[in-house]
Design a protein around this ligand. Sequence first.
Ligand code: GLA
Length: 401
Amino acid sequence: MKNKGLLLLFTFISLSAFPQKFEGLAETPPMGWNSWNTFATDINEQLVKDVADKFVELGLKDAGYEYIVLDDGWMAMERDENGDLVPHPEKFPNGMKAVADYVHSKGLKFGLYGDAGTKTCAGYPGNRGYEYQDAKKYAEWGIDFLKYDWCSTGKQNAEASYITMRDALYDAGRPVVLSICEWGDNEPWTWAEDVGHMWRVTGDIINCWDCEVGHGSWSSWGIWPIINMRGNIRKAAGPGHWNDYDMMEVGNGLTDAENRSHFAMWSILASPLIMGNDLRTASKETIKTLANKEVVAVNQDKLGLPGLRFSNEEDFEIWVKPLADGEWAMAFVNMAEEPRNLDFDWNRHQIGDDLNNRRLDVKNKKYKIRDLYNHKEIGDTGNNLKATIGSHDVLMVRLRE
Ligand code: GLA
């Protein structure tokens, strides 16, 4: 009895004395929507409400999307006389608590954007020097997610800066997903496991299949440059801490085929699935892709192992992801400008994940193959997998015994 009391006391002291990351918030990659890709700083209360309504109406909530996150531009240009952050008075006339309340009333979660430096990337007040004060405000408003950016940080140390905000959030007491956004510059995959729940791995995404767009001192990157930019980072991610390949451009001008491939790849990579399109005007096909529960299930698999490239010979990018219970997901993306025929002989390929010691054992087992975009069984590994795949389209399958 006495020992139990001591143990409790010790646990209490250590939990309160050593701030830490909130655990258990992102056992699978976070799913949601962020305003930046489509709206930049042109955001307001009505938009958030519309998006929350659309989450429910379009079946996105049902598919697993949860967070609605306002990116840069939600603040007034100046802090108030107490040094508090103030929501932009015209964009958010009823304050942030009202917005958070609305989102919560739909059974969803609400997120905001901040910046570790003195100013955000769009020039609004940064959090530097105000971390504890701001974290309390977030908790008061009911914030569940914080995207924390890296502009105007001068010579600040990234790890220390993100730890300061982690500790401030913990101290404020409301569980918040901390989304680290320093573009991979300081290799967060080497230090952020106990700091944040996800970390951006590259500079900003842009809505093209395979391009780089320069902006003077920095560039934004299309889907494939983002996928290819970092080498060996898959081992860093897992339940609670994810490589973030940026907010998706699905529905933002790519072809339907490219949207399917983009979504398949973010799922295979176990990236957070953060939509970045206008849900009020999204096409049926775009929503069909984003709300595809079979593809989402690959992303949300409880093992939490990011996939790996199996091959990029000739015109196909072939990626594999080990799933729980010995199952596998695979994506065959046609990179060519014309349709291509796939003829994949299971016996000629050794599919495995050496890092995690997992193997697709087609010699001794026959796996059933399910097409995750067409929602049907398409044979088993006893025969070659044959399909015609359109330009930039994907055949995404799940293999189970
Ligand atoms: C940076 C981030 C983007 C977005 C903008 C906002 O560029 O990487 O995702 O948050 O800032 O200004």
